[in-house]
Every structure is written in C-alpha cells, then in structure tokens.
Design a protein around this ligand. Sequence first.
Ligand SMILES: Nc1ncnc2c1ncn2[C@@H]1O[C@H](COP(=O)(O)OP(=O)(O)OP(=O)(O)O)[C@@H](O)[C@H]1O
Length: 208
Amino acid sequence: MLQTDSLKFSYPKGHTFSFPNISCKAEETLLILGNSGTGKTTFLNLIALLLRPSSGELRINNTETANLSEKQITEFRAQNIGIVFQKPYFVNALNVSENLLLANYLGNKALNKSKAAELAKDLGFEYLLSKKVQELSGGEQQRVCIARALMNTPKVILADEPTSALDDENCEKVADLLEKQSKLIGAALIIVTHDHRLKSRFTNQITL
Ligand SMILES: Nc1ncnc2c1ncn2[C@@H]1O[C@H](COP(=O)(O)OP(=O)(O)OP(=O)(O)O)[C@@H](O)[C@H]1O
C-alpha cells in the first residue's frame, strides 16, 4: 500500500534527513520509533504529503506521489490518507458531526452522515455528535480525531503519538480502535511513537 525509496528532506538552513526505506501493506501496522529530534514527525509529514521531499520516491496506493501537482496532492491526501495528529485541530465553530463531515467535503466526496454516525457508534461517542468540539474531554477528542481520519475510508492511516498522553486503559483502547479500524477497511497503519506500551504490542518497527 505504501513504499518509500531514498526519501531526503531539509528544512531551510536546517539539517538534511535521509530516511530509511519503508513499506507497509494493507492491514499491516508499522511503528516509527526514535529519540526526540531524529525526524519522526518530519517523516510522517512527508508520508502525509504535508511536506515535499528534496529527493526520493513515495508510492501510495499505486500512485507515485512526486508526479502530483499541488492541487492533485490536496485531493489525493484527503481521499487516501487519514491523519491522527498529535493535537486535534478541530474547527470550533462546527459541532462534532460537522467536523467529521468536513473530511468528506475536503476530499471532494458527498457528505456521508450515516458513515459519521456509524464511526461514532463504533468508537463509542454517538452521544457527542451534536456537541461543540471544545466541550469534549481529551480522550473524547482523540476518538473523534480517529473517526475523522477514517471518514473517507483511507488506504493509509497515519498517527503521530496517539497514546502518549493516555493512561494504560485508554492507551489500549486507542491502539485497539486504530488496529481494528485499519484492518476493517484494509488500510496500512503507521504510528510514530515513543510509547513503550505500543512497542510491545506492534512488532513491525523501524527506528530513526
Ligand atoms: N519547521 C521546521 N523548521 C526547521 N527545523 C525544524 C522544523 N520542524 C522541525 N525541525 C527540526 O527538525 C528536527 C526533527 O524534528 P521532528 O519534529 O521531525 O523530530 P521528532 O523525532 O518527531 O521529535 P519529537 O520526538 O521530539 O517529537 C528537530 O531538530 C527540529 O528542531
């Protein structure tokens, strides 16, 4: 589902990163590990097409992404990649349901209310759909973020430190949800983490 080959990236006047080649098939989970500052979030942002590499190749769902224009990238990302960011980044003026539907809108897809309701049921937050996002607890926001990442049935799910702020019980719940949902829709799941609890659960790992 996803392969990288010789990806390099430099921040302006910054360090040049050469990332190891990775591949992740449908229904597989890959952990990206490494000490602080080794470039894990940078690597995830390249895979999410939020940054463009200075060289190298990134193939997602049989598409070589280097050939896509900026406009095509926005659409491709919204349709193929679900991102669970470290911070939630909701639109506060919209309620939970509308924040979920926004993912459809950005992916140029019809607004799928029944999918939003189904995901909310699966992730246990049906009762929150008409609430304002800023009224949610941290754990609730996290589940809404996961649902939002799944709204367009992506081929690749990317999660940046999804469990670092959670207690053991919620860490396990979030890991279960991500794993179950990615298998259900046949997506590749890539998680950037420091969390030792995830390291013992997912054995397919790469360290930067
Ligand atoms: N926008 C930016 N401009 C310049 N340098 C940056 C930028 N973003 C990150 N860096 C630098 O790139 C390096 C890698 O950052 P990155 O956030 O990818 O690391 P990380 O492995 O995810 O770290 P952590 O585990 O602490 O979150 C750091 O030295 C950071 O200071």
